[in-house]
Design a protein around this ligand. Structure first.
Ligand SMILES: NC(=O)c1ccc[n+]([C@@H]2O[C@H](COP(=O)([O-])OP(=O)(O)OC[C@H]3O[C@@H](n4cnc5c(N)ncnc54)[C@H](O)[C@@H]3O)[C@@H](O)[C@H]2O)c1
Ligand SMILES: O=C(O)C(=O)C[C@@H](O)[C@H](O)[C@H](O)COP(=O)(O)O
Ligand SMILES: [Zn+2]
Length: 372
């Protein structure tokens, strides 16, 4: 039997915070759980800007609003239209204006309720309004529970590049209630599986072995299996972020495995056409092909990765993969150093390295390898 609530610490000195993992406690008979943990994490608070995805407006966002109101906290509620196109300059400007009109001040707290889109957008609104407000993440998709709510990367997209404007801004607490996954569409759930599998390939070979048996059980949403995988993923992310909060030493860049290709797929397809996790799955395949071409790893790594991604029903190829369109977008990748692309490539399951000086013809071949 899983404990009703578990905590994982993100250890960042004075910016440390807890990730709480529960199943059903947000809506439980004793409805003060969220409010109690919220008040412990943020301290004094009389005003919350509750930024939530339209898809959860009548479920978890409403429960949280009611609990905060019962604790005598004034709420300014902002609903965000579902989908990647909301991570935009115009949506951010609209949030800033609502914050201004509603009397948001430096003691206000932003609470983000939704998937990675709302978390990244609301996090950047919190980081930028009056130069920084406290904020809390309440992730409601698998992807946001295992990845985007943890670690403090916030931001928005530009048409020519993913996450091009943003900041590192850590939350005060992450509140995961796995019960909210019951309403998540299958396609979005499966998209999140790519980031779960990523942890196995980049830094946790034992977790990868576990996924070889359990990935298919996860997509059946078996509750115990899900809780275990969410916990392992959060531990993995917290470990890496604690070692390199702002991606300065290079350690944190391992979390970008597959993303140089993935972000170019998302931008060239048009945001929202290929979901982030779908693009990460295809990008991991391209990266594994590239690692083999660079003689960094054995071809069996690609076979094992393909098997687990397939068990999770993730896509492995992209019908419109076009190097001519993708390479210019890839040149804006945040790992580019002195004008040169660098890739996170695996040398064995559970270990990756940052590799520069990759010949362009090999990159083009890797893109073609995952072209339908
Ligand atoms: N900051 C980071 O470290 C980080 C990490 C990984 C990904 N990301 C970003 O996260 C975004 C992707 O996040 P995502 O996969 O959560 O997508 P998302 O936020 O677009 O959510 C996916 C879909 O699920 C809906 N939804 C959300 N919660 C729901 C629920 N409980 N029930 C029913 N529907 C629900 C949303 O309306 C949306 O249509 C991308 O922009 C990506 O770049 C950021
Ligand atoms: O937290 C990180 O660091 C990551 O790289 C996690 C990624 O899954 C995530 O998609 C992130 O937003 C990508 O960051 P970017 O710096 O390449 O925009
Ligand atoms: Zn990602």
């Amino acid at each position: 039997m899983t404990a009703p609530i578990e905590a994982i610490e993100v250890s960042l000195g004075e910016r440390s915070y807890p990730i709480w993992i529960t199943t059903g406690l947000t809506d439980s008979a004793e409805p003060s759980h969220f409010a109690k943990h919220f008040q412990t994490a943020v301290g004094d608070c009389t005003h919350v800007v509750l930024i939530h995805d339209a898809a959860v407006a009548n479920t978890i966002a409403r429960s949280i609003e009611q609990q905060l109101a019962q604790a005598d906290i004034r709420i300014t509620s902002i609903t965000i239209a579902s989908g990647e196109t909301s991570k935009s300059v115009s949506q951010l400007e609209s949030i800033w204006n609502t914050m201004l009109e509603s009397g948001t001040d430096r003691r206000s707290v932003v609470v983000a309720v939704g998937g990675g889109v709302v978390g990244d957008l609301a996090g950047f609104a919190a980081a930028s309004f009056t130069r920084g407000l406290r904020f809390v993440q309440v992730p409601t998709t698998l992807l946001s529970m295992v990845d985007s709510s943890v670690g403090g990367k916030t931001g928005i997209n530009l048409p020519g590049g993913k996450n091009m404007v943003g900041s590192f801004w850590q939350p005060q607490m992450v509140w995961i209630d796995t019960q909210s996954l019951s309403t998540l569409p299958d396609r979005d759930f499966i998209s999140g599986m790519a980031e779960v599998i990523k942890y196995g390939v980049i830094e946790d070979a034992d977790f990868f072995t576990w996924l070889q048996t359990n990935a298919s059980r996860m997509i059946e949403k078996d509750p115990e299996t899900l809780r275990y995988a969410i916990g392992k993923s959060c531990e993995s992310k917290a470990r890496v972020v604690a070692e390199d909060e702002r991606e300065t030493s290079g350690r944190r860049a391992i979390l970008n495995y597959g993303h140089t290709f993935a972000h170019a797929i998302e931008a060239t397809a048009g945001y929202g056409v290929c979901l982030h996790g779908e693009a990460v799955s295809i990008g991991m395949q391209m990266a594994a092909h590239l690692a083999i071409a660079m003689e960094l790893c054995d071809p069996s790594l690609l076979e094992e990765q393909t098997a687990v991604l397939s068990a999770a029903k993730l896509p492995l190829v992209w019908k419109d993969a076009d190097p001519e369109r993708m390479l210019p977008v890839m040149s804006h990748d945040k790992k580019v150093s002195h004008g040169k692309l660098r890739f996170v490539l695996p040398d064995r399951i559970g270990h990756v390295a940052m590799v520069g000086d990759v010949p362009t013809d090999k990159v083009i071949a890797a893109i073609h390898s995952a072209h339908l």
